[in-house]
Each structure stands twice: as C-alpha cells, then as structure tokens.
Design a binder for this molecule. Structure first.
Ligand code: GLY
Length: 274
C-alpha cells in the first residue's frame, strides 16, 4: 500500500526499508566495494529502526571520508588548488538543506542535514562555515586530490525507512577542471536531486549538463506522471536530455521496491532492501 493511501486510511503498516547509493559517474579507480560498504552502513541503521535521514547521511559520510571519491576528503582541487565542497539533502516530506562552496569542512552533508529543520534551506561559502562553527561541526583542512584526468564526481545515497520516508543525500567536490567559486548541480534542487512521496532521484556527472537539463526533476516527473518505470525514466532522461558523450548517471528509489541506478559511463552503484 502506498504511503499516501496508508495515511488516508489511517493504517499502521511498515514499509520495507531500502537504500541505493552511487560513487560518481565518470572515470576513476575501481570503487564498487567502497559503495557497498556505505550501503552496509545504511542497511544496518535501517534494520535497527533508524530513520532514512540518518541512514542516508551516515552512508554519505562513509563516502565523504573515503579518499577514492570526489566528495569530502577526496574532493578534487579547483583550478586554483582549493577544495570547495557542496552537499544537499531532501526528504519526501518536503524538507531541503544544502550548502555551497564550503572549505575546511570534511563532512558538508552533516551541515546540510542540520538545515532540514531551519527556516532557511541553503547556505554558501564563509557564511555556511560560520553557521557550521556555531553548531559545532568539525572544521579541519580537507586533503583533496588532483583530478583523475576525467570528470570524477559526486556521491549520493537515497534511503527509505520503515515509516515510508525517503531521504536523499548528495555530496561533491565538483566536476574536475573548474574554477574556484563554480557551482554545480549538487546543491541545486531539481538539478542534482529531487524527491517527494512518489520517488527520490539523485544525479551525478558533469554538473553543467545536469543543471541545464533540470535532470532530477524532469526524470522524477517522467516517472510520476507517465507509465514509465524508474529505470526507463532514467534511461529516457540521460538519452533525451543529456548530450552524447557527457558523463551523467542517476539513482532512484520509490515508495516501494528496490532502488536502481543508470549511467552512460562508469558509475559504481549498489542497492539493498530489507
Ligand atoms: N556533479 C557534480 C558537479 O558537477 O559539481
């Protein structure tokens, strides 16, 4: 039974928990096992009754802390050698938090999560860091790394808990070979992520192409307003809205069933459902 129907009928029913995660679209080291580690962390949280928010954030932190990914510790250098991180979170009950261009913040997803219950949705740059300081978020140099030669990219996790809540968490050092101050898709609602009670979608790849296409919103719309299933909607989005040769990937999760992923390039992804 769908969560909306369940709510209307006042029926107490447990939803089957699930999680799907990716480790970025584009060239990079083999990172499939690392994504599976993050899935394991999220699955343990969900199995023990934890929330989708907690599961998505903690799995995202695993990926941010792993230097093979272009997020958190492994964020790629901007053209001036700086490391500048973006992160976002959205829940199916209508909350959003995002941070843009954070320096000295190894886990920007934790800062974004703290915005979920605030009046404001997003913060950028020095203001974001001051706000994070006031809430005790770790401030430390972020190692970063040179681009691998290709794009390398975002990490993302979407979780669904036993109450039927969906939460998606995304984090990135930005597409490689970009200037300081550049903003990609990850913190932009509808571009790098979009969610409601019917589905949650998260994107990875070249941020400019994803943003121009409003990719996550339009794939979500395709899924929720046509007979297209999640995978077909993602395939449609990437083949119809993204120029050939531009690396892009998507993951998605609905109110029931398993999560799925699709990419036009290398994209490690994994899923679990209870
Ligand atoms: N997809 C990550 C970025 O372009 O910033």
């Amino acid at each position: 039974m769908r969560p909306i129907l369940r709510e209307l009928l006042g029926v107490e029913m447990m939803t089957v928990p699930a999680v799907v995660a990716h480790g970025g679209a584009g060239p990079g080291p083999d990172r499939q096992q690392n994504v599976e580690m993050a899935i394991k962390v999220a699955a343990e949280i969900l199995k023990s009754g934890g929330s989708a928010i907690e599961a998505a954030v903690e799995a995202c932190v695993v990926l941010e802390d792993d230097p093979v990914f272009n997020a958190g510790t492994g964020g790629v250098f901007r053209n001036d050698g700086s490391v500048s991180l973006d992160a976002s979170i959205q829940t199916s009950d209508g909350k959003i938090g995002f941070v843009i261009g954070m320096e000295e913040t190894p886990n920007p997803i934790r800062v974004a999560k703290d915005l979920l219950d605030e009046e404001i949705n997003g913060l950028a740059g020095i203001g974001a860091r001051i706000w994070a300081d006031q809430r005790g978020h770790i401030k430390a140099p972020v190692e970063g790394r040179p681009p691998h030669g290709g794009e390398g990219d975002t990490v993302g996790v979407i979780a669904r808990d036993s109450n039927g809540l969906l939460a998606s968490a995304t984090s990135t050092g930005g597409t490689s070979h970009r200037p300081a101050g550049r903003v990609g898709d990850v913190p932009l609602p509808g571009s790098g992520f979009w969610a409601d009670q019917k589905a949650s979608i998260a994107a990875t790849g070249v941020g400019e192409a994803i943003t121009t296409a409003l990719l996550s919103y339009r794939v979500h719309d395709r899924f929720t307003s046509s007979s297209s299933d999640l995978l077909s909607s993602m395939q449609w989005g990437i083949s119809e809205l993204i120029e050939a040769g531009v690396s892009v990937g998507l993951i998605g999760l609905g109110p029931e069933g398993e999560g799925t992923g699709f990419s036009n390039t290398d994209m490690p992804w994994a899923a679990w459902s209870g």
